[in-house]
Design a protein around this ligand. Structure first.
Ligand code: SF4
Ligand code: SF4
Length: 441
């Protein structure tokens, strides 16, 4: 492993080609509003929402249109002014079918009507959590865990430090980088809100050293706040994964199967932090987000504010359409994203990117037999033996797959990236997780 002098996680990880230059210099712009939006009722981990509107109803920008009573849930809001056409099942980016509210957007879109709640420094911890919940905030790095729940750690696990993940370690993606540069002060204020919400001592923004412009701007913005810091980290995938980021910044190891609160930390994504700022300062719910649309297969890569429910085809068109032969379109980043069969899937709260890859970037080689080189073991940041998990799955031995730590795998793909036998470890792990879940009922 190369050494850079910057902090990083203890073991494993990879250095894939990053291709960030395609869009890192592109300022955030607004994507066009499509005439028809598909807003999935479930865009979060937790209980599904029920619709609060019916076909034919008029909706306004930011109106709550789906909610659930459960604590672990997040409401959804209308991204536009328009009329509800129908409520029907729509195929999501992951291929799953999700009940969605289809809205015909008005030709003229009024701006969101801002609501002043209170000066930010007068908001209590409970009020901040309540705002995050009402605004439908979820982790926007892809995990989509409801933010209100994350800001409510167990009482016996006090949070000392709130960490903002500014690593954006997935290749190609640059939406967080742009937010850190363009909305620096709001991000710092959002960190302050999160610190207050969980009663932490302070906060740190972790930024990889390939985003030095963002790190320097953030450092200047926190220079007069002694409880805030910016840590520049080594460029290494998956530096931004929760447990790896916590180790890189604090040297603390989150035990297997435990949450960051176990070691007094809470990690939040840059986009989520900005969304909290918008909700707290203007009453704005989470109905749009910045999406990086990029890859060698896109004419004019960029970072676009897209309304939730926008088909990804609209974003590709907004970036000039495809360039040459596009072999694969991925929602999310190439390491953990989802390949798309068609381009109708809507943007959701967790959509960080749309990446169009050309044939030379795609590995189509067939899976071969393991040569026991242990490269996957060396690359695994969770200290697992991915080859042994694969072997257990191949034998249908789910007990052994669990014993080898299949449930601790967070599907980063480092093992597959390094494997000379092109073994798709993550697919095996997903199968193991599903079988183990079924066996446990
Ligand atoms: S995908 Fe899982 S097994 Fe493979 S390197 Fe990542 S954490 Fe380890
Ligand atoms: S990297 Fe691939 S070939 Fe090498 S031990 Fe792991 S699974 Fe086997």
């Amino acid at each position: 492993m190369r050494k850079t002098g910057y902090k990083t996680f203890r073991r494993g990880g990879i250095h894939p080609p990053y291709h960030k230059e395609l869009s890192s210099g592109k300022a955030i712009t607004r994507a066009p509003v499509p005439s028809r939006l598909m807003v999935p009722l479930r865009q979060h981990i937790g209980a599904p929402n029920k619709p609060l509107v019916s076909p034919g109803d008029r909706v306004t920008v930011g109106q709550k249109i789906g909610d659930a009573d459960a604590f672990v849930s997040a409401p959804v809001h209308s991204p536009v002014a328009g009329r509800v056409e129908v409520i029907e099942d729509v195929k999501s980016f992951s291929g799953e079918t999700v009940t969605s509210i289809i809205i015909a957007a008005d030709a003229e879109q009024p701006p969101f009507e801002e609501q002043k709640i209170k000066p930010l420094d007068e908001l209590s911890a409970e009020e901040i959590r309540e705002i995050a919940g009402e605004a439908g905030l979820v982790g926007m790095g892809g995990a989509a865990f409801p933010t209100r729940v994350k800001l409510s750690p167990p009482e016996d696990k006090p949070i000392e430090s709130v960490i903002i993940n500014g690593c954006e370690c997935e290749p190609f993606l640059t939406c967080d980088h742009r937010l850190m540069i363009e909305r620096t002060d709001e991000l710092v204020q959002a960190l302050g809100l999160m610190i207050r919400a969980v009663g932490a001592d302070g906060g740190v923004i972790g930024v990889e050293s390939n985003k030095m412009d963002a790190a320097l701007k953030l450092r200047a913005a926190v220079s007069d706040q002694p409880n805030l810091d910016v840590e520049v980290l080594e460029v290494k995938y998956p530096e931004g994964a929760e447990k790896q980021l916590i180790f890189a910044i604090t040297g603390r190891e989150v035990p297997p199967g435990k949450l960051p609160s176990e070691v007094g930390c809470l990690v939040q994504n840059v986009g989520t932090a900005i969304a909290l700022y918008e909700a707290a300062s203007a009453g704005k719910p989470l109905y749009e987000r910045v999406v990086t649309v990029t890859g060698p297969g896109v004419k004019e890569p960029g970072n676009l504010i897209a309304k939730v429910g926008t088909p990804i085809s609209t974003l590709i068109e907004a970036c000039g359409g495809f360039l040459g032969e596009t072999a694969k379109v991925i929602i999310g980043g190439p390491m953990t994203g989802w390949a798309q069969e068609d381009l109708d899937a809507p943007v959701v709260k967790g959509t960080s990117g749309v990446v169009a890859l050309t044939p030379e970037l795609i590995d189509v080689r067939e899976e071969e037999a393991c040569v026991r080189c242990a490269k996957c073991v060396e690359a695994c940041p969770m200290y697992l033996m991915p080859n042994s998990i694969v072997e257990a799955v191949q034998h249908g031995d789910w007990e052994k797959a669990e014993l080898w730590g299949a449930l601790d795998c967070f599907e980063c793909g480092c093992c597959t990236f390094t494997c000379p036998a092109y073994i798709p470890h993550v697919e095996y792990v997903r199968k193991a997780k599903a079988e183990i879940a079924t066996l446990k009922g």
